[in-house]
Design a protein around this ligand. Structure first.
Ligand code: ATP
Ligand code: PAU
Length: 398
């Protein structure tokens, strides 16, 4: 647990002050965002973005835990004294020792547990509101946040602040929410599907006996979907169905090949099962996203949520689906801080509710060494689930 100690000191044995912790407690994962002050020694005189008058310079940290391991999360918060980063109620500070902003279903479900184990109250923020706030913040404030991914090529997208809206935000968590975003705080949840990340992980676990999500993703990289998927060519004797635009290699029926022989589940390689499952779910989400974008004439679709995990095959499948169905009209884009939208939104809600107490500097820069996700070769599969990431930023008194 060296990481924990790193948080408590700045390397010169000076204690680092943690302020403001926010949580997004979802069906699969708990996401934490918290701010630590820099000790004066760490300030970079060349970097304007961290030198705002009245500003408090520091880093935003990101961490996540599986919701089933919520006790590890409580222990992490307690060991690092992160809950002192909550706020005292202004109206009556003695009434409630402190509270932490929290969003996601778990903010309701685990409210009593936080009170009992840590003595803190969770102040609930609306999940959709937080997702939108987090996405808008990242798109406007963080360089190289959004990127396209097609045929293995990652390209960062320059966001024009004056031409960001409207867009479709598709958050792929355990389930999937599709939100039409028209501005800051202006949005509508237009659709959703229960076939999401939880479906991939849940079905994948049952079918392959994998012990972790990363193992299931890793298996998919070595699999071949043609073993289980029935292709147009399988039905059309190797020919394409060009009249309706289907090539012979297009998937006619996901897992459809399993009906054509007497194979049992154990006759298939877990790699191939994982590959077909990932393809089926990613393709389906891509298609439903496109249909919703079409409903409202939206050309830009941003995908968030931890299902994607920066994984090539997942992003490629979603992008191809959007490209194919929209005939190249709509664009799928991904976010580097994919799974932290809700937690960031909850983090930013402190200022809205504490009468302009604090604001996050809008020109956040991510130093090269702060997050390995800045690397175009970033492979989240190589990283530990609970490893913390951070970005340099500045929080200031409004
Ligand atoms: N280490 C992991 N363990 C479990 N699931 C993971 C992991 N990494 C990525 N995932 C995927 O991410 C999904 C959860 O994503 P996310 O945290 O965005 O949603 P959530 O907030 O838990 O769900 P919801 O918003 O529907 O309540 C999982 O269902 C799984 O597909
Ligand atoms: C229920 C939530 C919002 C919880 O995060 C999410 O899991 C979701 O959007 N599920 C899909 C539900 C549906 O629209 O069918």
């Amino acid at each position: 647990m060296d990481r924990l100690r790193e948080i408590e000191t700045d390397g010169n044995s000076n204690p680092i002050q943690i302020s403001r912790l926010a949580l997004d407690i979802g069906g699969s994962l708990i996401k934490l965002v918290y701010f630590s002050r820099d000790s004066g020694d760490h300030e970079d005189p060349l970097n304007d973005s961290v030198r705002i008058s009245n500003g408090v310079n520091g880093r935003l940290h990101f961490a996540k835990f599986e919701t089933t391991n919520i006790n590890d999360c409580l222990q992490f918060i307690s060991a690092n004294k992160l809950f002192f980063g909550g706020f005292q109620h202004q109206e009556n500070p003695t009434n409630d020792r402190s509270f932490i902003k929290a969003t996601g279903g778990g903010a309701y479900k685990f409210s009593d547990l936080f009170k009992e184990k840590l003595g803190i109250s969770l102040e609930k923020e609306d999940e959709m509101d937080c997702l939108v706030t987090g996405a808008n913040f990242l798109l406007k404030a963080v360089n190289h946040e959004a990127f396209t991914y097609l045929n293995g090529q990652k390209e960062f997208v320059q966001i024009d602040h004056n031409d960001l809206y409207p867009y479709l935000l598709v958050n792929i968590g355990s389930g999937v929410s599709m939100i039409k975003v028209d501005g800051d705080g202006k949005f509508e949840r237009v659709s959703g599907t229960s076939v999401g990340g939880g479906t991939f992980w849940g079905l994948g676990k049952l079918l392959t006996k994998c012990q972790s999500f990363d193992e299931l993703l890793e298996l998919s990289q070595r699999g071949n979907n043609r073993v289980l998927d029935m292709l147009v060519g399988d039905i059309y004797g190797g020919m394409e169905y060009s009249k309706i635009g289907l090539s012979s290699t297009a998937i006619a029926s996901s897992f459809g090949r399993a009906i054509s022989n007497s194979n049992e589940l154990h006759d298939y390689k877990p790699e191939d099962v994982s590959r077909s499952l990932l393809r089926m779910i990613s393709n389906n989400i891509g298609q439903i996203s496109y249909l919703n974008a079409l409903r409202f004439g939206l050309k830009r679709i941003f995908f968030g949520g931890f299902f994607t995990r920066g994984h090539s095959y997942t992003m490629d499948t979603i992008s191809v689906a959007v490209h194919f169905w929209s005939k190249g009209e709509a664009k799928a884009m991904f976010l580097r801080h994919e799974g932290f939208l809700g937690a960031l939104g909850a983090f930013m809600s402190y200022e809205r509710h504490s009468l302009g107490d604090l604001m996050v500097n809008q020109s956040v820069q991510i130093p090269v060494d702060a997050s390995s996700s800045t690397d175009t070769n970033y492979n989240p599969l190589e990283r530990d689930l609970n490893e913390t990431e951070s970005m340099q930023c500045s929080v200031y008194q409004a």
